[in-house]
Design a protein. Structure first.
Length: 92
């Protein structure tokens, strides 16, 4: 009797794991699709100049990177960074 209950528990656990795996697979397949957007009546597309004039365009413009891909010069071997170079001469 004890052996039969262990077998039932093992089979039930295996079935639950398989069902959970299949459910997870179907759930992931469903979230991978992108829904099609529908145009609203009376809503026209804005040109890039008009888009920057809206509130969202202004926020986007202010949140952009101010360097725009340009990095400041930080190489210590090329930049002159020693403030004591002209003041103190090393005797050695």
């Amino acid at each position: 009797m004890e052996d039969r209950s262990k077998t039932i528990i093992i089979v039930a656990t295996a079935i639950l794991v398989v069902v959970a795996g299949v459910g997870l697979w179907f759930w992931r397949q469903g979230t991978g699709t992108v829904p099609q957007t529908t145009e609203l009546p009376g809503k026209e597309e804005l040109s890039p100049v008009e888009a920057n004039e809206t509130l969202g365009g202004q926020i986007l413009e202010k949140s952009q990177n101010p360097f725009k891909g340009e990095m400041p010069e930080t190489n210590p071997f090329q930049a002159e960074i020693n403030p004591l170079k002209d003041i103190y001469k090393n005797p050695f």
